[in-house]
Design a protein around this ligand. Structure first.
Ligand SMILES: Nc1nc(C(F)(F)F)ncc1COP(=O)(O)OP(=O)(O)O
Ligand SMILES: [Mg+2]
Length: 221
């Protein structure tokens, strides 16, 4: 289990993907992304063509092993039962998924709990529900998530900070090497991305560029 003492650092470059997000073998994409310096991985297997049942569990276990070898947190999206079955480091739920307070009771105090938040009140509720971090977005237009809410931009993160929400925050949605620094400047502790890495010609190089940008942006703050 990943220690919770430096969640903010662990979320700096948070790669999210499922097999549906790449034409390549996801194991290879993850290997490259890990080599490039991602600091956390979320297995988000959903949508057209995604794995289910035993195939999904088997994929989760192999990806989890890759992360464990690099001591990188392995988070499961939505599927609390799967996260518990394989002993994942955490689980991420959105507003339309299992209620965060119930998930916290199911997973206990050790596992990381991430919650999506689009407003200050959702962020405050996530905090009260025992979330270890919140995912705020979409920062920019995204084609990856068909049911994404309206773009809220890095300004939403700044307003959450102004409302004294000091939970670890990752920005998500349409983030690329071109806009990553704005998200950190807005007050995020990290960025999470799907297609910027999962569809990159060289995921290792892309992760390395993004990691450097995040470090630079954090030093400027
Ligand atoms: N999966 C996510 N991960 C993050 C993280 F903070 F980890 F970057 N933030 C937000 C989401 C979106 O979560 P949700 O609103 O439930 O939609 P979906 O289940 O389709 O991803
Ligand atoms: Mg969800």
């Amino acid at each position: 289990m990943i220690a919770k003492n430096n969640v903010k650092d662990a979320l700096s470059l948070y790669f999210i993907s499922g097999t549906q997000d790449t034409d390549r073998d996801l194991h290879t994409v993850l290997e490259d992304a890990l080599a490039g310096g991602i600091t956390a991985f979320q297995y988000r297997e959903k949508g057209a063509g995604s794995l289910t049942g035993k195939d999904k569990e088997q994929m989760a276990r192999t990806l989890q092993k890759q992360c464990r070898q690099q001591n990188i947190p392995f988070i499961v999206n939505d599927d609390v039962d799967l996260a518990l079955a394989i002993g994942a480091d955490g689980v991420h739920v959105g507003q339309e998924d299992s209620r965060a307070e119930e998930v916290r009771l199911q997973i206990g105090p050790e596992m990381l709990l991430g919650v999506s938040a689009h407003t200050i009140s959702e962020a405050e509720h996530a905090l009260q529900s025992g979330a270890d971090y919140i995912g705020v977005g979409p920062m920019y237009p995204t084609s990856t998530k068909s049911d994404a809410k309206d773009v809220c931009g890095p300004e939403m993160i700044a307003s959450m900070r102004n409302a004294n929400i000091d939970l670890p925050i990752v920005g998500i949605g349409g983030i690329s090497a071109e806009n990553a620094q704005e998200v950190i400047a807005g007050g995020a502790d990290g960025i999470s991305l799907i297609s910027a890495i999962s569809t990159a010609n060289d995921p290792r190089e892309k992760a390395a560029v993004l990691f450097h940008q995040i470090l630079t942006a954090k030093q400027k703050r």
